[in-house]
Design a protein around this ligand. Structure first.
Ligand code: MN
Length: 306
């Protein structure tokens, strides 16, 4: 039987880990030899979500050991471990701006919604299955995270419906939700390490840029303490990844708003034009929750339309 690896981008977040675990579980029930496996180090939200759900994190793997690969929460070859041969990728389920040219054998489902966990839950439902209780809970927390508790602009009706459907298997208490958001807005270690863990860089039409993103609780306090450190971190990440532009984009859960900080005038110009934001002193505030994947989609459209 063909060995199938279900995986996601290196250093996965909760959405990636929950989806690979849930989708591998579904494929096994359908008689396939599928396992979930990751590369790098799972992010803080993934570790916490799995612990809360009483679910073991998937195993660390190597891409060469499998005949076929299924990707969840990623559709860009630059985000993958080098041991994965893009030609082995047979299926992709994602909600990021896709780059499908590199995956000639893959059938892809790309929907711009809060969490891929929503799409995987839908697959399980369509197969007339119920996920195990632990898996259901990781999917629910991933949906809450991806939609920012259904407050994010990209949150959809389908995210809500699948969360409700999963509630028949696993009830997430308000206390769990509060704890979860408290945890993911608190960082241990240095701000640079925290931003680096979740940093994403892109190359669109030869324009190399990176976005440091985070969720916080209380923007003004955060900036008072950390603004200078954010700027220093941006400079370091820019050097490390040899990028032309880097910026910081964060979501403030306290006020359901977003904030952007750029290090220089040329980045301000790009971000202002590409994302349609107005800046003052390299800062921009927006009174809605706009996430990085939406920024990327908009910036990609802008750069490709240029
Ligand atoms: Mn995701």
């Amino acid at each position: 039987m063909r060995k199938i690896l279900v995986t996601t981008y290196t250093n996965p977040d909760l959405d990636g880990c929950a989806c690979m675990t849930a989708y591998a579980e579904l494929l096994r029930r359908q008689g396939k030899d599928a396992v979930a496996g990751y590369f790098g180090e799972p992010q803080q939200d993934a570790k916490f979500g799995f612990e809360k759900a009483g679910q073991k994190l998937p195993d660390k793997v190597s891409g060469q050991d499998y005949d076929e690969v299924v990707l969840v929460d990623v559709s860009n070859v630059q985000r993958l471990d080098e041991s994965i041969d893009p030609k082995k990728v047979v299926e992709i389920i994602d909600h990021h701006e896709p780059d499908l040219d590199d995956f000639p054998s893959a059938k892809a489902q790309i929907e711009h919604l809060g969490a891929v966990a929503t799409l995987v839950a839908e697959r399980v439902k369509q197969a007339n299955q119920l996920p195990s209780k632990e898996v259901a809970k990781t999917l629910q927390l991933a949906i809450l995270h991806g939609t920012i508790n259904f407050q994010a602009k990209l949150s959809t009706q389908k995210d809500k419906e699948m969360f409700e459907w999963l509630s028949s298997v696993s009830l997430v208490s308000q206390e769990d939700i509060d704890k979860f958001f408290r945890m993911i807005t608190t960082f241990s270690g240095t701000l640079l390490d925290f931003l680096r863990d979740d940093f994403k860089d892109f190359d669109v039409e030869g324009v190399k840029f990176g976005i440091a993103a985070m969720l916080i609780f209380g923007l003004d306090d955060f900036l008072k303490k950390n603004k200078q450190e954010v700027l220093e971190a941006l400079e370091i990440l820019k050097q490390e990844k040899s990028l032309e532009y880097v910026w910081f984009g964060c979501t403030d859960l306290k006020n359901a708003s977003s904030y952007f900080l750029v290090p220089d005038d040329k980045t301000e110009k790009l971000v202002a034009e590409g994302l349609g934001l107005s800046f003052s002193n390299h800062e921009s505030r927006v009174s809605e929750i706009v996430l990085r994947k939406e920024n990327l989609k908009q910036m990609t459209e802008y750069l490709k339309g240029k």
